[in-house]
Design a protein around this ligand. Sequence first.
Ligand code: AHR
Length: 514
Amino acid sequence: MRKANVLMDRDFAIGQTDPRLFGAFVEHLGRCVYGGIFEPGHPTADEKGFRRDVLALVKELGPTIIRYPGGNFVSGYNWEDGVGPVEKRPARLDLAWFSTEPNSFGTNEFMDWCKTAAVEPMLAVNLGTRGGDAARNLVEYCNHPSGSAWSDLRRAHGWEQPHGVKFWCLGNEMDGPWQMEYKSADAYGTVAREAAKMMRWIDPSIELAACGSSGRNMPTFGQWEDTVIEHTFDHAEYISLHTYLNNYKQDTPSFLASPDLMDRFIDEVVAIADAVAAKRRSHRRMMLSFDEWNVWYRTRRNRADRVWEGWPVAPSILEEIYTMEDALAFGGACISLLNHADRVRTACLAQLVNAIAPIMTETGGAAWRQTIFFPFAQMSRLGRGKVLRTQVESDAYDSSYYDPRGEQQSMFPIPNVAYLKIAAVAGEGGGLSLFMLNRDLMQEMEVNLEARSFGRLTVGEALELRHDDLKATNTKTTPERVKPAPLQGASVDGGKLRVTLKPASWNVIHLSAG
Ligand code: AHR
């Protein structure tokens, strides 16, 4: 049996989690919108065509903010196509996913869906095929009360009150050649800065995120951030990061180590942002928006999983079926995000339904939870509060992770990977939530944890997510094959917790005060 010791103190905090850390993403991609959140005619659809079964699962998942409408899709999107009388809206060829976009769901429908789901909207503007002019018009359409052409058009379309969208993304992955009209860092930085200026002149209350690299494995990573932040430092509050973890090599120890590269990616982006601040002698700190993250590889490289012939509407593309081991790597990513709560203020699980998603549906039929649903739901429910610094003594292993996007470099060393990955969050009510990943595939792990300055704690909730078969999945016919179960044997004495974690397991313990 492995052993790990953990020490923390209630007064030694990394930072408070921003509610927006628990966000997700809805893109016009495959069946995420059509057949996912929106399916008029479905037996559970409400009068607006929103699937109530999906809404119930979204509520249980607990996302706080939803990014929309893309993703790659946004870089060719004319937002005007998606507003006004539905019967007059044009069908367009979408060059991001080689589908036909019917535009029967657009910005106003999304705002209504967000209200129904009780989540905050986050809108991305098209800085690929379009620019600052279309972006500022969209801000005027959404947020200006009345008395101007675009705001009055919104009112004429039936939405009298402004939508009040606060969080805006300045394009999407503009460093990537797969993007419509991708740009050099200098060209993008200039467009982003000018769009940001105009958008904020219309509504000074908005917050803006500039595009960082679409992955740490991009050849331009680092230089891209430096240049873009130089341009946007005085105009945007956030720089974005994207990561999709993979197990292409079927090397599970490396896959479970890969969230540690997210930690490094975050630290590196913080260093670059702060170096730009230092050159200006500025006290201002740019925050990070990790607005796409997940596991994604099975449906990523094979063109047939991404593109169907004949320009179909809402094809079943990117429908990644998640395994138990995916949920473990995903849980590791949750821990990485929590442990950077001081700088990562926003994060979006990509995506929400059907396309690389925690929620799966059958068009016209059932909806169910994928394996990755559970770590996210637990993080959102129990991860609100003050994230504490943890001092961890654990055995470690060396790993090397394959991430093929960069042309020159596709192996990334990850030395000294602790078998125990942990985040600890002190809640408002005096309790403590622990998120623990045992990355040892064979051995149990005894964890001895001392939580100082908490007073008496008792075990309120203890759950584990594991399966004898690391390839186990949840499907329509076996929707509950992988699900959390009670974690037995956790004991607390004062502020000292002892618990044994199963091999290859994700564990959540909530200790209540008193
Ligand atoms: O989430 C799927 C795609 O991944 C998004 O459209 C894009 O931004 C990223 O490359």
